[in-house]
Design a protein around this ligand. Structure first.
Ligand SMILES: [Zn+2]
Length: 166
């Protein structure tokens, strides 16, 4: 059973301290300058001092099917585990955020904030993922998995070895 298939049955993914340590190392070893630490939601945060992928203690994978659908529409055709794509998406922000102005970033955040935590409205997610900032992160993700399949497989292996699903 691949991780991707498993994800369809498992809705919560646990980011354990051990997993985070391995992820942080992978991020560093592959030339990214951001770090990884705990946050409320899976997201990307940047300020003048520091940039980080924030991971929650427990991540709900239930919207990932829509996310995959969206990525497929953009040209993604891999079979990587959902959680791998989720983290690569945040790294995509790290790699593309500098292209956007403060107003564009605010607009994207505003749309995200307007989605209630337990929202099951597919269109609202799609609208949010179509904002230029999300679009750029996803196009970066698609480029990265095409150019660096070995690196992405290593990342997936870390999740397989050290990740915990509930
Ligand atoms: Zn995003």
């Amino acid at each position: 059973m691949t991780l991707f298939q498993m994800d369809k049955d498992v809705m919560i993914y646990k980011f354990t301290p051990k997993l985070n340590r391995k992820l942080r190392k992978w991020i560093r070893d592959n030339g990214f300058f951001c770090t990884l630490r705990y946050g409320i939601n899976l997201s990307y945060q940047v300020d003048t001092e520091d940039a980080a992928v924030l991971v929650p203690h427990e991540f709900d994978l239930s919207k990932d099917e829509w996310f995959h659908e969206h990525l497929s529409e953009l040209g993604y055709c891999g079979e990587y585990a959902s959680i791998v794509l989720d983290v690569l998406h945040e790294l995509g922000h790290d790699q593309t955020m500098h292209l956007f102005s403060g107003v564009e970033i605010e607009y994207s955040h505003l749309l995200k904030d307007m989605i209630p935590p337990q929202c099951c409205d597919r269109d609202r997610y799609m609208q949010y993922w179509n904002t230029p900032i999300e679009h750029a992160a996803n196009l970066w993700l698609i480029m990265y998995v095409k150019l660096f399949p070995r690196k992405v497989s290593e990342l997936e292996e870390i999740f397989t070895k050290y990740g915990e699903d509930v």
